[in-house]
Design a protein around this ligand. Structure first.
Ligand code: DX5
Ligand code: ZN
Length: 215
């Protein structure tokens, strides 16, 4: 069973980003989650290529780039060049989802597809064979620090059954409102990768990551 923690640096102190990444390098978090927001797909704006390049230089961890932007196919190759190892696009943000997942893979990086809380699992069934990861949003995308939506657990269970019955290797990631209080339920539902922002950065990241892994 895979149980990976992907700390979201959206909740980090950007005045000390390099030091934060060094701290994560010393932690048992295997991935680093990088939230890109365009102010159109979500009502918030975060960071983009220059910051990703700086994080890339500072770490060998897997860089898990979550694009909350409209028509992400326009920027996939630039995020790959900037150092992403995995690029996840939202099903709601892209008309030609299958083509975009193929495009991501053609850039030599892993391809992920995400669904927001109101989007049913059926929306992405067809593209599962083209995806290396499915990201189930357990809050409305746009902001850290929100509460986990309990209905997300059923979506994870359902996806787990589908992925296993089709014999696919696709990982399931869950993002939003995850803490030591609920991470066990999330993993038990069939999630492989848990994103955590405020839970990791509200205190000492190394010990908070330990708490998440030992919960
Ligand atoms: C929300 C982002 C999340 C967010 C998670 O749109 O995709 O990655 O940073 O933060 P927490 O763990 O605080 O909900
Ligand atoms: Zn995210």
């Amino acid at each position: 069973m895979t149980r990976i923690i992907s700390p979201s640096i959206l909740s980090a102190d950007f005045g000390h980003l390099y030091d934060t990444v060094q701290t994560l390098n010393a932690s048992r978090a295997e991935w680093i989650h990088f939230d890109v927001m365009d102010g159109v797909f979500v009502p918030n704006i975060s960071f983009g290529f220059p910051v990703l390049k700086a994080v890339r230089k500072a770490t060998d961890k897997l860089l898990d780039v979550h694009l909350m932007i409209v028509e992400p196919h326009r920027y996939v190759s630039r995020f790959a060049e900037a150092g992403a190892d995995l690029i996840t696009v939202h099903a709601e943000a892209e008309k030609e989802l299958a083509a975009t997942l193929r495009l991501i893979r053609s850039c030599g990086v892993r391809a992920g597809v995400s669904i927001s809380p109101a989007t049913p699992v059926e929306t992405i069934e067809q593209v599962l064979p083209l995806a290396d990861l499915v990201l189930v949003m357990s809050v409305e995308p746009g902001f850290g620090g929100q509460s986990f939506i309990p209905g997300s657990l059923d979506k994870i269970r359902r996806l787990r059954r589908q992925i296993d019955s089709l014999g696919l290797k696709c990982l399931i990631e869950t993002d939003g409102g995850i803490s030591a209080a609920n991470i066990r339920e999330v993993f038990d539902a069939g999630c492989d990768v848990a994103v955590a922002g405020s839970a990791v950065f509200s205190a000492d990241p190394i010990s908070e990551i330990e708490k998440l892994l030992n919960a």
